[in-house]
Design a protein around this ligand. Structure first.
Ligand SMILES: Nc1ncnc2c1ncn2[C@@H]1O[C@H](COP(=O)(O)OP(=O)(O)O)[C@@H](O)[C@H]1O
Ligand SMILES: [Mg+2]
Length: 319
């Protein structure tokens, strides 16, 4: 469905993306693909190239069976694109705007009425369709942008950070809508929010500094992230005593400890393997007759995760 080979984009001397490659087949990997990376990673650059809005410096790419550089008309017919800051006309009513956009797809009057009706329903615009866009909330405007991207019933939908700037309710609604769209379309979604990609996506590509760092299912991604998580335990007891007891559990690696007020110790425990050591920690505390007020995994932040996989890559490359 989407093939990208050694795509590079330079903006003058500065780098947009470097040697980006990935391959997404429909079905095999599911239909919502997460393109995850911090700000400045190269997500928008990649998406603009794949949607034929910007040329690449080198490399090749095909989307829905067509080359994005030599067959851009065919590609555009098969894709929908919601850019980072979708330009909408505030004075137009949503229905007028969508009809105007459908005209650009050269649809006949009857086709336009049918298409606008279809996307209105699909994007839950019913109550708002005759309001001026300028009066809609940011969440609603985002849905108008999605409806626009869906007018010609594209196979592949590119959404560039679709939940950025929305409030928590709007985010929840938008994610629900994206999940629904993923049942009929291949959705390529960029995000800098790990949790969002985990929630929504069936396949994830991680990009940082213009390079692809990882490519796999959310389960594989989670495994790699939890590999870098630590267990936090707060135990009532002396710092040295609790630390050396926890250190004695098999499967426990490094343990850091700190003193809390009122005789509590806070331990940050690293596991050696991938096994869950919470049960052993709990048993130890119970055997010793100590009290326990917290026992949880501290999942590494996305930034930590990027640092970790970048370091792994450097090791693999023998740097
Ligand atoms: N039009 C541009 N001109 C110059 N540099 C750009 C341009 N667009 C993006 N960049 C640079 O390319 C890199 C990737 O940017 P971008 O694709 O927007 O990342 P993301 O969408 O992941 O935040 C950044 O370093 C950014 O500064
Ligand atoms: Mg961007």
């Amino acid at each position: 469905m989407i093939q990208v080979n050694n795509l590079t984009k330079r903006y003058g001397p500065s780098r947009g993306i470097e040697d980006v490659s990935f391959n997404i087949d429909r079905g095999e990997t599911g239909n919502i693909i997460g393109f995850l990376g911090p700000n400045g990673a190269g997500k928008s650059t990649t998406i603009r190239i794949l949607t034929c809005y910007q040329p690449a410096t080198s490399g090749t790419a095909t989307v829905a069976g067509h080359n994005v550089f030599t067959e851009s008309l065919q590609v555009r017919r098969k894709i929908g694109y919601l850019p980072e800051n979708a330009p909408l006309y505030p004075e137009m009513r949503a229905r007028e705007y969508l009809d105007f956009r459908a005209k650009l797809h050269r649809m006949s009057r009857n086709d336009r009425i049918a298409a606008v009706g279809r996307v209105t329903e699909k994007c839950w615009l019913g109550d708002f369709i005759d309001r001026p866009i300028g009066q809609l909330s940011k969440g609603m405007r985002q849905r108008v942008g999605l409806a626009d991207a869906l007018l010609h019933d594209p196979e592949v939908l590119f959404l560039d950070e679709p939940t950025i700037g929305l409030d928590p309710n709007q985010i929840r609604e938008t994610r629900k809508l994206i999940r629904e769209l993923g049942q009929r379309h291949v959705v390529f979604l960029s995000s800098h929010i790990l949790h969002e990609v985990e929630q929504l996506c069936t396949h994830t590509i991680i990009i940082a500094n213009g390079r692809v760092l990882a490519d796999g299912s959310p389960a594989e991604l989670r495994e790699r992230i939890s590999g870098s998580s630590r267990l936090i335990a707060e135990i009532k007891g002396g710092v040295d005593e609790t630390r050396s007891a926890v250190q004695g559990i098999s499967g426990v690696g490094a343990v850091e400890s700190g003193e809390e007020p009122d005789g509590w110790s806070r331990l940050s425990i690293e596991a050696n393997g991938t096994g869950d050591i919470r049960e052993e920690v709990f048993r130890l505390v119970a055997d010793k007759g100590w009290a326990l007020r917290e026992l949880r995994h501290e999942v590494a932040s996305l930034e930590d995760f990027f640092i970790k996989i970048t370091a792994e890559q450097r090791q693999d490359a023998g740097v």
